[in-house]
Write a protein that binds this ligand. Structure first.
Ligand code: UGA
Length: 456
């Protein structure tokens, strides 16, 4: 492929994009955070993502990280924009970083160069037409569709699977109102993915809408199965695992992304759900379904605390071992992590907490400091604990044996927030699991009655 590309913003998404693009084309990564660029030039990664380091080393000859934006615009045929779009406290989207990046790019564009600016950042419908293109035109004093071209190419990668999702995506969506941009991007992606990936071409607003619709659908699927789990917990003998497995086999439903647990966290689903709800309200539509999805998710983490109260009553001075802190396995990311809410609530109730996670310990330490204790390994975490709560389903927790728990804990009490362990292996344990109405350990009626969902 005889093109050069650049990536503006080498945070999580930008870095994965840069490293994978460099597999086939010379790729320049730019970020306004100079220390990040210096670290990358020394080969240092500030995030953990499986295979990222291997791919970075492998594609190093095709990679360049720069502290100044000039080369990233001048040398590139396609400029990918991957800066993040956080939410403001009122749920509205904060476009300040994207605006800065767009102005920078615009000021470096030249007449009739026909560069393509491809927006990968998640932006609300209409943002490309109403904000990004006008800013590019103003900063460059040039015309879109004539001197330069714009398209929206939303990203669907998952943390923890980012490389495989970028190399082999389910689909590519290209949104533009400019046929040149659509044609050039389609050609680029066809070549890049060797015509193996379905490519859908549409307009700007549909591409932007697709990104949000997909994320809020995924959120809905999780809140749906968590609702079934919560009903199962009140129905003696019921188990959401058996229910989800069976209904997931219906092709219209599918078994994927259908795991009941403590709700969805992370830097994307909660943020995008809230932002899209706000967008909907601003467009005079009350998104009742999405509001409910959010409410279910807000209450879900506290179920494990209720389970603990069901057994112990008062949690004061009880020693908890919390296994799993990252918002999901295979990442060290704790943005929107469910573990943070659970730890905070247990602390308020006077519990003593020791935590363990294979990757996220340093980040959690920055948040809680000496308010909790940090274990070097699973064994230390479980030692003399009254109760173990599994919050994130890391693979290494799945193989933990009853013998290990029994030999280390003060009491054999397990609360499985992600249905990581096989209940049948833990017969003589006090065992609570999300969506499981175990005959032996039913939740106390007063605890059930206080369920946050009953108050909504
Ligand atoms: C999500 C989407 O899945 C990606 O397609 C999208 O590109 C990305 O957001 C984004 O917008 O950038 P990600 O945030 O990496 O990806 O994480 P997910 O795999 O979606 O998991 C989100 C949360 O849902 C996690 O807390 C996870 O534990 C929870 N989850 C997931 C469940 O509770 N049950 C499930 O069955 C699946």
């Amino acid at each position: 492929m005889n093109r050069t590309v650049s990536v503006f913003g080498v945070g999580y998404l930008g870095l994965v994009t840069t490293v994978v693009l460099a597999d086939k084309v010379p790729t320049i990564g730019f970020d306004s955070d100079k220390s990040k660029i210096r670290q990358l030039n020394q080969g240092f990664l500030s995030v953990f993502e499986p295979e990222l380091e291997i791919w970075m080393k492998r594609n190093w000859v095709n990679l360049k990280f720069v502290e100044e934006p000039t080369m990233a615009v001048e040398k590139a045929d396609i400029i990918f924009l991957t800066v993040d779009t956080p939410n403001l406290s009122d749920g509205c989207q904060d476009l300040s970083r994207i605006k800065d990046a767009v102005k920078r790019i615009g000021s470096l564009l030249k007449k009739s160069e026909h560069k393509i600016i491809a927006i990968k950042s998640t932006v609300l419908p209409k943002t490309t037409e109403k904000v990004i293109i006008p800013l590019l035109e103003e900063a460059s004093n040039l015309k879109e569709s004539k001197d330069f071209h714009v398209c929206t190419v939303p990203e669907f990668l998952r943390e923890g699977h980012a490389i495989e999702d970028t190399v082999n995506p389910d689909k590519i969506v290209i949104g533009s109102n400019d046929s040149y941009a659509t044609h050039m991007m389609k050609e680029f992606y066809e070549e890049f993915h060797e015509r193996k990936t379905p490519i859908l071409c549409t307009n700007f607003v549909n591409a932007e809408m697709i990104k949000y619709a997909q994320n809020v659908f995924l959120a809905t699927k999780i809140s749906f199965i968590n609702t079934i789990a919560n009903i199962c917990e009140r129905t003696t003998g019921a188990d959401v695992e058996a229910v989800a497995e069976a209904i997931g086999l219906d092709k219209r439903i599918s078994p994927f992304f259908f795991q009941a647990g403590l709700g969805f966290g992370g830097g994307c689903l909660p943020k995008d759900l809230n932002c899209f709800r706000k967008f909907s309200q601003q467009n005079e539509y009350n998104p009742i379904l999405l509001n409910a999805v959010n409410k279910v998710n807000e209450a879900q983490p506290f179920r494990v605390v209720r389970m603990a109260e069901s057994y112990f009553g008062d949690l004061k001075k009880k020693k908890f071992a919390v296994l799993g802190l990252s918002f999901k396995p295979e990442t060290d990311d704790i943005r929107g992590a469910i573990s943070l809410k659970i730890i905070e609530t247990l602390l308020q109730k006077g519990a003593a907490i020791m935590v363990y996670d294979p990757k996220a310990m340093a980040k959690v330490k920055q948040t809680f400091g000496d308010r909790i204790s940090y274990a070097h390994d699973i064994e230390e975490c479980l030692s003399s604990a009254d109760c173990c709560i599994i919050v994130t389903e890391w693979a290494e927790f799945q193989s933990l044996t009853p013998k290990l728990f029994r030999s280390l804990m003060k009491q054999p009490v397990i609360i499985d927030g992600r249905r990581t362990l096989n209940r049948a292996d833990f017969k003589d344990f006090v065992f609570y699991g999300i969506g499981l109405a175990d005959q032996d350990h039913l939740l106390r009626e007063d605890v059930l009655a206080e369920d946050p969902d009953n108050r909504q």
